[in-house]
Each structure stands twice: as C-alpha cells, then as structure tokens.
Design a protein around this ligand. Sequence first.
Ligand SMILES: [Zn+2]
Length: 243
Amino acid sequence: MFAFRDRLGRVEVAFTDRYGGVSEGPWSSLNLGTSNGDEPARVVHNFAALAHGLGVDVHRVARMSQVQGRHVEFLDDVPDGIPVADALVTRTPTLTLLVRAADCAPVVLADPDAGVVAVAHAGRQGMLLGIVPATIATLRDRGATRIRGWLGPRICGGCYEVPEALRNEVTAAVPEAWAVTSAGTPGLDIAAGIRAQLRAESVDIVDVADSMSACTYENADLFSYRRQGQQSGRFGATVRIAA
Ligand SMILES: [Zn+2]
C-alpha cells in the first residue's frame, strides 16, 4: 500500500503504490483516480482501504479535482463537494489532504512547528505555471516559516520524451528541467525543475528517489499514464497533522 512514509514532528506523510485495493486490470489494485474509467464502487473501497492503512476516518480525507492549473485551495475542514485545484493547504489537525498522480509529481509541503501542511500536483504544466511556489506562498501566508518538501514518484527525465519545441518552451522558463531520454531524444526532468523551485524558496527537500525506484514509468509497483495509457490508475500522496 505504501511506497514511502515519513514523519516530521506531528506531520505524517505517505505515498501510496498500486497494491492493497480491489480494482482490477489497468487499475489494479489501489487506484485512487475517479475519472479514469475504473468502477466507482471499487474506488470507494480503495479510499476506505487507504484511510484504514493511514489510521484515519475516510470522511476526513480531502481531495481535489486536479486540472494542471495553479489554484491553491485553503481548507478549514472537509469541503462540501470537491474543489477544483492543484494544491490543498490546511492548518486543521486530523484533516488528511490527498493528491493523486500517475507520472506528474505529487509534492507534500509542511511546517510542523507552524502547524500547516499542503499537497500539490506538479506535472509539466504545473511546474511551468509554478503551482509549487504558489503553494509555498499560501503556506507562508498561513504562518509557515521553515518548510520541508517531499518530492514523490514521477516519470524521470530518461523516460519522459517530448518534442524538441516543447522542451525548448518549458526550459526557457525552468532550465533545470532540460533532459535527454535514454533513447537520446529530447526529454524533460520534472523532478529537477521542481527541486530547483523548492531550492529557490529555501525549502528543505526530501526526494523519495533517494530511497526507492521513483520513476513511475520504470517501476511497475506504481501507476504510469505513459506506460499504461488513458486507463492507468492513480496513486496518491497524503499529509496530515496528527492530533
Ligand atoms: Zn524513468
């Protein structure tokens, strides 16, 4: 169920893998996506399994409808409905924030001393738009001073092939994302770009790639849109302030 877990003070961080749920086929088994063709009843079961694994109430898990944008939603409590956003921030202990991905990078941010946490969804577009710096700004507005960021599983620069014009466009804004794939073609390294954005904001970085095989395309324990196509499952990252 969990590819990586960490704790910093009262803040608990988790990244899921594809195991421990009830979905089948390309969604097998812990798919957390709700708009990728999987049976809704199975995804409901998967959410319950995740909450059980985290030791939290499934009704206290807040998620968002991700659109590759830069809107950051601050939550005091579980929202009515699902906000359209690519980052969630809270100061409320016991509220669990969830971000979902399958090649894009899930990012968790927290200042345990200030008691404020966030999740963000950062793919190529989100990196270009600056969703991570926007989330950091919201954390600071809400009292954060010393922030740690956890960079989750994502497609690596050796696997993420893009047209040369697109690499040029992206790296004009985020030069650190420039990459060449293992096939020698133009690529993008989203994680390198996000790490640069985190460093520019003086965020202390934990990269899960230092302790696991973190490329979604290469690691079959994870879901990958590029490897599996439209119907790939989605894994998740969560954060909460333990009560
Ligand atoms: Zn790779």
